[in-house]
Design a binder for this molecule. Structure first.
Ligand SMILES: *[C@@H]1O[C@H](CO)[C@@H](O)[C@H](O)[C@H]1NC(C)=O
Ligand SMILES: *[C@@H]1O[C@H](CO)[C@@H](O)[C@H](O)[C@H]1NC(C)=O
Ligand SMILES: *[C@@H]1O[C@H](CO)[C@@H](O)[C@H](O)[C@H]1NC(C)=O
Ligand SMILES: *[C@@H]1O[C@H](CO)[C@@H](O)[C@H](O)[C@H]1NC(C)=O
Length: 295
């Protein structure tokens, strides 16, 4: 214990003077991990020739309000007793890489509270450390939607999803007009720390129209969206499948008669929607994730 305290003391107060002789590098200073996934953070240090394991000390610590030990190896010996309970059972240092001068820390089943600043400290002849930032996110992947008629030609459209960090909800109609300022969005947090986001848009005096809610996660630059469609009248919603089937033939015949007109309208509407979607499709999850990885 004394030895360790002395060791840390050397690191935190004297590292500058030792720094000139021995340098630790962090190839990436920012990692973004998805909730529940595994992340491996890396520091590199100089090893000249074969690694003398007994001379090596590796410490990974998290800089919260209090300092928390994540992984401790002192003079070639693992000290699992000092590991903070936040990390128990989820930490692995990839020892085979130490020979190559890589200190790789794997955190499995990443939690939201793992987000923050980490120090990787290494003593091997000299001593040095680097700081690495870990961000944790939970994408708003599945959106629950609901369309309720609240009166004559009045509709309540609701989109709901869960994620982290806080997302804004934007609304658009089929012509890509922004309706966000007509919507009401509320946020709740549960014991899992995720945001439960519910957004409701009230539509009056409009029928047969497409709407779209977009969950915009500003921090991760990620958009997910859902389409909602409102029908002609309250009656439409109450149609059962069998009633629909009974109406299919008359509707088809009428459609053929009125055909050209309504088909043109449909195509035009679909086209408007498609253009909007193409524009929206650009910032898809995969692309933006790749951008995050690069930075
Ligand atoms: C994450 O790490 C754990 C423990 O090392 C392992 O069992 C699991 O398969 C890993 N999951 C993924 C997705 O790599
Ligand atoms: C949003 O909700 C609040 C409380 O339920 C309500 O008072 C307010 O009128 C709503 N605003 C809009 C634009 O619907
Ligand atoms: C509803 O729309 C009709 C025609 O589009 C219009 O004449 C009427 O004034 C609108 N009513 C309201 C309450 O906006
Ligand atoms: C996500 O959608 C919003 C609203 O349409 C837009 O302003 C924003 O630029 C989009 N995000 C990205 C990364 O393109």
């Amino acid at each position: 214990m004394m030895e360790k305290l002395l060791f840390l003391h050397i690191f935190l107060f004297c590292w500058r003077s030792l720094n000139a002789l021995f340098t630790v590098e962090a190839p990436k200073s920012l990692y973004t991990a998805e909730l529940g996934s595994n992340v491996t953070m890396e520091c590199i240090f100089p090893v000249n020739g074969k690694l003398k394991f007994r001379d090596l000390s590796v410490i990974w610590e998290k800089k919260d309000d209090v300092r928390k030990d994540v992984y401790v190896l002192l003079k070639g010996k693992e000290d699992s007793g000092s590991q903070h309970s936040d990390f128990q059972g989820r930490i692995k240092l990839l020892k085979e890489n130490l020979d190559l001068g890589q200190s790789l820390l794997q955190i499995s089943n990443v939690k939201l509270r793992d987000a923050g600043l980490y120090h990787c400290l290494i003593e091997y002849g000299g001593a040095d450390y680097k700081t690495i930032n870990l961000k944790v996110q939970a994408p708003y992947r599945s959106i629950t939607q609901e369309v309720i008629s609240t009166g004559d030609k009045e509709w309540k459209l609701t989109c709901q999803s869960k994620g982290f960090p806080k997302a804004e909800v934007m609304w658009q109609n089929g012509e890509c007009q922004d309706l966000t300022n007509k919507a009401n969005t509320s946020y709740e947090t549960g014991s899992d720390q995720l945001y439960r986001v519910t957004s409701t848009l009230t539509i009056k005096n409009r029928t047969r129209e497409n709407f779209r809610c977009i969950f915009w996660n500003k921090e991760t630059q990620e958009n997910t969206s859902a389409n909602l469609y409102i029908l002609d009248s309250t009656d439409d919603v109450l149609w059962t499948e069998s009633r629909l089937r009974a109406f299919v033939w008359p509707i088809l015949i009428v459609s053929v008669l009125v055909g050209s007109v309504s088909i043109t309208v449909c195509i035009r509407k679909a086209k408007a929607n498609k253009d909007c979607r193409t524009r929206m499709a650009k910032p898809s999850i995969n692309i933006t994730n790749m951008q995050i990885e690069k930075t």
